[in-house]
Write a protein that binds this ligand. Structure first.
Ligand SMILES: *[C@@H]1O[C@H](CO)[C@@H](O)[C@H](O)[C@H]1NC(C)=O
Ligand SMILES: *[C@@H]1O[C@H](CO)[C@@H](O)[C@H](O)[C@H]1NC(C)=O
Length: 851
């Protein structure tokens, strides 16, 4: 209990520490080829079922069921509509439900009954029905069985189902209001359900159900077990408000209920808490969003994978925890039970039960031991055992995850679904590849490596960021796909995008167990699609690419440039884990210098001069476990274009604003990249960015020129027109300003003694202090003339303010400030226009700490 409470508090303080790995590659939706299926006016593609031997994907949507070619889901093979009758719709609307959304038929159960029939259930305007879908004719049998207990009434309510040997096991709600939760077996011989009691199910949100078959060779003759996963309101922890708890519950297939006690109820129903927490980070993940059970005949034991989130998830935290099925079985078979005790009057508290446990063990499956004890069926079980089960369905022990911590904790993402594939890498090592979908339509593909997680890639499955609601993985060798359903449609994705990696280093650094480098063909191959006997391929899940022998990129792009112009050298890097390094003449370029600017996909070099010509190389450096792998992504050769130019000063960059702004205007720039041959992959055509050409080559600026550039505001113009002139003007301006301020302060007597001495010296012989004022005023007037005359000289109108002679200090300062703004504005124009630099600020984790 302390852990939970502590953890709940931790939710508020521990967020800042958990980041999680960054996906190495991010595939935008347009970058990859995915197959889509969606029909106009059809929504809520919520239920998927794969028939591997027929290569068909069945899709249950709102009021319709489709059969699609599972190898290409855009190829629709069959469809059957399943609409609500008008009469039912009206009745539903009369009960206060929405006719347009709720009073429709949402397919919730889609299970393979046998070769020719699917068992299907739908909400049917709050009157759930089930039917048999004939796969040959693709028509309903028209049975319209009552779907109560198999399908929720309300499409918004949770549901789960699994078909085991022709019997449907469901977790859903049993009534119109959705207030009576139930775990139900729909069976002719022995339909069973849970007790309607809080200790059994307390406002559960059903997530997943699956069967784990008993090992047929096992001497125990154990039973097959059906596991249910849900989040429910805890009874065992006291908390302000409702504390949610993720649960795993199980029933046994041979259960037939009790004879008197627990008649037509589960006698094997037990549940336990699933623990998924990172105590070192103060994180408790107490909502389970989805579960996948990795089963494989080659597997010694099945592994349960779950995606979790905290109850108060305002920063979008998610975790993946994995559990050994043996851990789960141990909890149910050997763990302690919980018992409710009444403290005070009406208050019950759940505590560990330490008393005597009846025999046979309550909740145990019928196995060899039970049979040798004479219990051939649960109907024979003694009342004592049954009564105990009825009162103690909750285990005291929790199911702890493998490694006692999450496999993955990720910030700023809400995971919705998970499927896991077990893959044998080239060296024989087995990896569990996790495909985890998000509520933003993306998919993360991750493997656990040594003690950490590596997210190989992030794939944008749905272009409109639709939450992924179902994930399904096919297991057919050679044509494996992943299917995802959302409200808007279904998408089919390959499991890997190996052909996107063009070099060996890239292919190996991906650390994708599905991909390997074929050195002979120089391609990154999907090693489960290609069936080759000779496997002279390179793969290293640790990311050691040292056995790669990629040829150094010989091809380079030629550019010629004009003195003072700006070059943009393109280089794009896909890996989010790599760093781009630029080299100039084999030395690492100091891109921090104001001469350069490193953009996401390019390098800008400002104010080009002779010294800048040479070979530029763009390298990507990726560090994997203290080993650094670098590869040349692009090579550019810059060459000075030898034409006569009239600029006086060789560029001596002091600050970027000056040197670049000036240089670009002084030279006429028309640079064209030489494209002698096809560009190297991943490098787009280079572009030299030039400023708009304003050929101002001399120091004196003529009136015509000024007039010709009419759109430039007059005041900005003289800043641009000539730099020497401008500098001189600025100098004079400040000088005058200084003088003015000085004399004013001097006059006012604010300045120290020396000034006062000077002042009295000045005032010597004058009789009245009043003359003081006029004198000072005079000096102001005089100095003001100077900049005016300068302006006249350069063709600018004198400022009208000069005529007033009553310039105050405030006005003056004002004028100065405006001037400065103009300056910076024109600087900004210079900066923005030619390069179109867009600086994207990536969102940093700034909000988390506030919680
Ligand atoms: C069905 O899809 C629509 C359209 O995307 C969505 O607004 C609605 O919430 C969905 N309903 C359910 C029950 O999933
Ligand atoms: C889970 O099972 C694996 C292999 O069966 C074993 O190596 C591991 O120790 C188990 N972990 C736990 C927590 O029981």
């Amino acid at each position: 209990m302390a852990l939970v409470l502590y953890g709940a508090v931790g939710l508020f303080i521990g967020m800042a520490t958990a980041f999680g790995p960054v996906p190495r590659i991010t595939w935008e939706h347009r970058e990859i080829h995915l197959v889509h299926f969606q029909e106009p006016k059809t929504f809520n593609y919520s239920t998927l079922l794969l028939s591997e031997d027929k290569d068909i994907l069945y899709v249950g949507a709102r009021e319709v069921i489709f059969a699609l070619n599972s190898l290409n889901i855009s190829d629709k093979q069959q469809e059957v509509f399943w609409k609500v009758t008008e009469d039912k719709k009206t009745k539903c609307a009369e009960k206060g439900k929405s006719k347009q959304t709720e009073c429709l038929n949402y397919v919730r159960v889609l299970q393979q009954l046998n070769d020719t029939f699917l068992y299907v259930c739908g909400t049917n305007a709050f009157q759930p029905v089930c039917d048999y879908l004939n796969l040959l004719s693709f028509e309903f049998g028209g049975k319209n069985e009552d779907g109560k207990g198999r399908c929720p009434f309300d499409p918004a309510q949770s549901y789960t189902s699994v078909m085991v040997d022709g019997e449907l096991y469901t977790g859903t709600s049993y009534n119109f209001l959705g207030s009576e939760p139930i775990i139900f077996r729909n069976s002719q011989q022995s339909p069973l359900r849970t007790e309607y009691a809080i200790p059994w199910l307390n406002e559960p949100n059903f997530i997943f159900a699956d069967v784990i078959r008993a090992d047929p060779d096992n001497a125990d003759e154990d039973d097959d077990k059906i596991y249910f996963f849900f989040t429910e309101v805890s009874v065992e922890y006291e908390f302000l408000g409702k504390l949610m708890i993720p649960r795993i519950a199980r029933v046994c297939k041979r259960d037939q209920g009790g004879l008197r006690t627990l008649q037509k109820k589960w006698t094997s129903y037990l549940k336990a808490r699933m623990l998924c927490s990172a105590p070192d980070k103060n994180l408790i993940f107490n909502i389970v969003n989805d579960v996948f059970i990795l089963k494989s005949p080659s597997l010694r034991e099945s592994v349960i994978y779950g995606v979790f989130s905290p109850q108060l998830n305002n920063v979008g935290l998610s975790a993946v925890c994995a559990y050994n099925i043996s851990t789960v079985e141990d909890v149910f078979a050997k763990g302690k039970y919980m018992q409710s005790a009444t403290v005070e009057q009406s208050h019950t508290k759940w505590v560990r039960y330490n008393g005597e446990i009846p025999r046979p063990r309550p909740g145990a499956c019928m196995n060899k031991e039970a049979r040798t004890d004479g219990y051939l069926s649960t109907l024979n079980l003694p009342d004592k055992t049954l009564q105990f089960v009825k009162d103690h369905p909750l285990m005291d022990d929790s199911v702890t995850p493998i490694g006692d911590r999450p496999k993955l904790v990720k910030r700023d993402v809400k995971y919705t679904q998970i499927v896991v594939d077990r893959v044998r890498a080239l060296n024989g090592t087995v990896y569990d590849v996790m495909f985890i979908s998000t509520d933003r339509g993306a998919l993360h593909k991750a493997i656990s490596y040594e003690n950490g997680m590596h997210i190989i890639e992030e794939i944008q499955l749905f272009p409109n960021f639709e939450p992924v609601q179902t994930l399904l993985l096919s297991s057919k060798q050679g044509k494996q796909f992943l299917y995802a359903g959302s409200n808007a449609g279904v998408v089919q994705s390959p499991l890997a995008f190996c052909d996107k990696y063009s070099t060996c280093v890239d292919c190996v650094l991906a650390r994708d167990p599905y991909c390997a480098w074929d050195a002979q063909e120089s391609v990154c191959v999907d090693n489960f699609r290609e069936h080759e006997t000779e496997r002279d391929w390179i793969q290293n899940i640790g990311g050691d690419a040292s056995s790669c022998t990629d040829k150094v990129k010989e091809h380079s792009l030629q550019h010629t440039f004009k003195h003072g112009s700006t070059a943009e050298l393109k280089c794009s890097q896909k890996s989010n884990l790599a760093q781009v390094v630029w080299k100039f003449k084999d030395d690492v370029l100091k891109v921090e210098s104001p001469k350069y600017r490193l953009l996401e996909k390019a390098l800008l070099i400002f104010n080009l001069s002779e010294g800048d010509s040479g070979v530029y190389q763009c390298l990507s450096e990726e560090k994997v476990k203290n080993q650094k792998f670098s590869q040349v992504l692009a090579k550019h050769v810059l060459e000075l274009k030898k034409i006569q130019h009239t600029t006086v000063s060789p560029a001596q960059p002091t600050t970027w604003s000056e040197s670049n702004g000036r240089a670009s205007r002084k030279s006429m720039v028309f640079i064209q990249p030489h494209l002698s041959s096809t560009p190297v992959a991943a490098v787009t055509t280079p572009r030299i960015v030039t400023n708009p050409v304003i050929p101002i080559l001399t120091s004196t600026v003529s009136d015509e020129l000024l007039n010709s550039v009419a759109e430039v505001p007059a005041r900005a113009m003289f800043l641009k027109s000539n730099d020497n002139c401008l500098l001189m003007f600025l100098f004079l301006f400040f000088f005058v300003l200084f003088l003015c301020l000085f004399s004013y302060n001097c006059y006012k007597g604010y300045l120290p003694d020396q000034c006062l001495k000077f002042r009295s010296a000045l005032l010597l012989g004058k009789k009245k202090p009043k003359a003081d004022f006029s004198d000072c005023e005079q000096s102001v007037k005089e100095t003001l003339v100077e900049p005016g005359s300068l302006l006249t000289q350069s063709g600018e109108q004198p400022k009208p303010s000069h005529d007033t002679g009553y310039e105050t200090e405030a006005d003056y300062v004002n004028g100065h400030v405006q001037h400065d703004e103009d300056h910076s504005q024109s600087y900004k124009e210079v900066k923005d226009k030619p390069f179109d630099v867009k600086c994207e600020l990536k969102f940093a984790d700034s909000d988390a700490e506030g919680d």
